[in-house]
Design a protein around this ligand. Structure first.
Ligand SMILES: [Fe+2]
Length: 209
């Protein structure tokens, strides 16, 4: 397999071939460092594992069965390391309630282990989870692992959740378990002649072990 060029080699090749022009007083080393710094990502904030985690979830990208009530949800994202590298060997475990706010304790409805693809991307077809007693906001739980990286436990929240009154940046504290407004993701509503569904992107960033 072809070895990907190191950033500096890539820059040097581009300069030599005229596909990159430097209009900057930076040296090649300085440019290479500045580029690397621009790709740094912050580790995704932590969220509690919670009491409803269950080992042994199936490997399935489709959690929503035909006829399930609730707003269909297309949830996806990319798994990165803090250096901006995509983690193609990542496993993304998700679990959530159904539309009515119930976890499946006996079985594995709305629970899955997703494998990242060659671009570090995961995707799952679900429904927007419901509210349940004891928790303020709708959420999807995540447990993300990748070889050589620290496991990440977190939760995803929805900007459209009525609890935020449309302003999650200001109101995310209404659920005391939400550590950061970053975990409250924007929701896109898409429609075609047959369905209306919500689309949410949630990228995940893991720290090296
Ligand atoms: Fe939960």
């Amino acid at each position: 397999m072809r070895r990907p060029l190191h950033r500096r080699e890539l820059l040097e090749n581009c300069l030599a071939l005229g596909t990159l022009t430097l209009v900057s007083p930076l040296s090649m080393g300085g440019l290479s460092e500045a580029w690397a710094a621009s790709e740094q990502r912050r580790t995704t904030p932590f969220g509690e594992l919670g009491p409803f985690y269950k080992r042994g979830a199936p490997a399935s990208n489709v959690l929503r069965a035909e006829g399930d009530p609730g707003m269909p949800l297309a949830l996806s994202g990319v798994v990165f390391g803090t250096g901006g590298e995509v983690l193609v060997e990542a496993k993304v475990e998700v679990w959530q309630t159904d539309h009515a706010g119930h976890y499946d304790i006996d079985g594995f409805r709305y629970r899955a282990v997703l494998a990242a693809d060659a671009n570090g991307k995961y995707a799952v077809d679900s429904v927007v989870p419901g509210h349940y007693p004891g928790r303020v906001a709708q959420h999807v739980h995540y447990l993300v692992t990748a070889p050589g990286y620290k496991p990440l436990t977190t939760q995803l929240y929805f900007a459209t959740d009525p609890v935020f009154d449309g302003d999650p940046a200001r109101n995310f504290h209404r659920d005391p378990l939400i550590a950061s407004a970053e975990l409250v993701r924007p929701v896109m509503i898409e429609s075609d002649p047959k369905t209306v569904h919500a689309r949410v992107q949630f990228d995940l960033v893991l720290e090296k072990a």
